[in-house]
Design a protein around this ligand. Structure first.
Ligand code: FES
Ligand SMILES: [Fe+2]
Length: 398
């Protein structure tokens, strides 16, 4: 690999070697450490792609809101009087202070602490102290809270935003074949899925692309997560040796291989795993006394979805990556993870593990929940913030 660029860095064309003829694919390490590359990634990826912001169920009622950073920007995700979910930039249109400083709640107005301007959940100005001192040129409408310039769009209750003013790609087109796999997750519910409150958030020293790449990598599981799989075997939640058997033949390997879904999205697996799933895939670990209930759930799923789709939805596991930073891990449980690079060597990951709420007490332990501390140590955990860690999904009807 040539190293003749600025400061001895490789030139851009040398960063990635994709030599299909010789079967070589290599990425230069500076792609994970160079601040110029991160700046380009922010501009060309995070400022242009559709980014996951929240799930509709997090804000079920008028005035409900959650706040978080999406694509490096502080936002309020809230439901207006018209029942529509909105994403508003959490930056006061007076002098730019953060308007809402709570993580979640319900309110009729968001009031900025600095000079007291207040805004409705639709983003309109609600009140301005001393407003009559402004000239006639002052336009309230112009001062409403801004929305992401490239749009807000929803697919199966997953709310996405786009910060590219010139965006001309619909969310539908952007998601490409990944939509089918989001459908498989959402179809677990007879009604709609619900993400239960609570987030497990932490920062890690390491390039965010490692998290992206790891989400497409089944190869590491038997070794990196050995302790977890040993625990499953001990708990009768998995047959001994099955993880290594998964890698033992081309046929087995293909079952758990990663497939491209277009636009950088991918699915790892989506086949019957050696573990149970609270969504109607019974294993002895769940207990004989629950077997009939699982069978009943499966029967109802077949009634609702047909045999083939019910098998996919209930029995098959998969790790879905929506480029660039959403992972829907639908394995023993279902959980949603998202992350953003706060510097070239640090990224922040708020996420939670989930299982259908009415069954989660006796669900198989979540790989993510159990494995995250070991991943943290491997990547030099810098700071871990434990909030309520579990989010759950359940069938809801609205
Ligand atoms: S900055 Fe918000 S009211 Fe002045
Ligand atoms: Fe892993």
């Amino acid at each position: 690999m040539a190293a003749n660029g600025h400061n001895g860095r490789p030139t851009r064309p040398d960063l990635v070697i994709d030599d299909q003829e010789r079967g070589l694919f290599r990425i230069h390490r500076s792609a994970f450490t160079d601040p110029d590359i991160l700046a380009l990634e922010r501009e060309r990826i995070f400022d242009r792609c559709w980014l996951y912001a929240a799930h509709e169920s997090e804000i079920p009622d008028h005035g409900d809101f959650v706040t978080r950073r999406v694509g490096g920007r502080p936002v309020i995700i809230t439901r207006g009087r018209d029942g529509k979910a909105r994403v508003l930039l959490n930056s006061c249109t007076h002098r730019g202070a953060v308007v809402c400083r709570e993580l979640r709640g319900n309110t009729k107005v968001h009031q900025c602490f600095y000079h007291g301007w207040s805004f409705t959940p639709e983003g309109e100005i609600n009140g301005i102290p001393g407003e009559d001192a402004y000239s006639e040129a002052f336009d309230r409408n112009e001062r409403r809270l801004a929305e992401p310039p490239g749009g807000t769009s929803v697919y199966r209750d997953f709310i996405f935003v786009n910060f590219n003013r010139a965006n001309d790609v619909s969310l539908d087109d952007y998601l490409a074949d990944a939509k089918d796999y989001i459908d498989l997750v959402a179809d677990q519910s007879e009604g709609r899925m619900e993400v239960a409150p609570g987030t497990h958030a932490f920062s890690m020293k390491g390039n965010y692309k490692i998290a992206v790449e790891n989400s497409t990598d089944g190869y590491h599981a038997p070794t990196t997560h050995k302790r977890y799989f040993d625990y499953l075997v001990k708990s009768n939640a998995m047959d001994k040796g099955v993880m290594f058997a998964m890698m033992a033949s081309e046929e087995q390997y293909q079952r758990f291989a990663c497939k491209a879904l277009g636009n950088g999205h991918s699915i790892l697996g989506r086949s019957v795993g050696p573990w149970g799933r609270p969504m109607a895939h019974w294993i002895p670990y769940f207990g004989e006394e629950r077997k009939a209930r699982f069978e009943e759930m499966y029967r109802k799923a077949v009634e609702r979805l047909g045999e083939e789709r019910a098998h996919q939805v209930c029995m098959c596991s998969g790790n879905l990556l929506i480029f660039p930073n959403l992972v829907i891990s639908d394995i023993m449980t279902t959980n949603v993870r998202t992350f953003y690079p706060s510097s070239r060597a640090t990224w922040r990951l708020p996420r939670g593990a989930s299982a259908p709420r009415r069954r989660r007490r006796r669900s198989a332990p979540s790989a993510s929940t159990v494995s995250s501390p070991s991943l943290g140590r491997a990547a030099s955990l810098r700071r871990t913030t434990w909030r309520r860690s579990r989010i759950a999904s359940r069938a809801t009807r609205r």
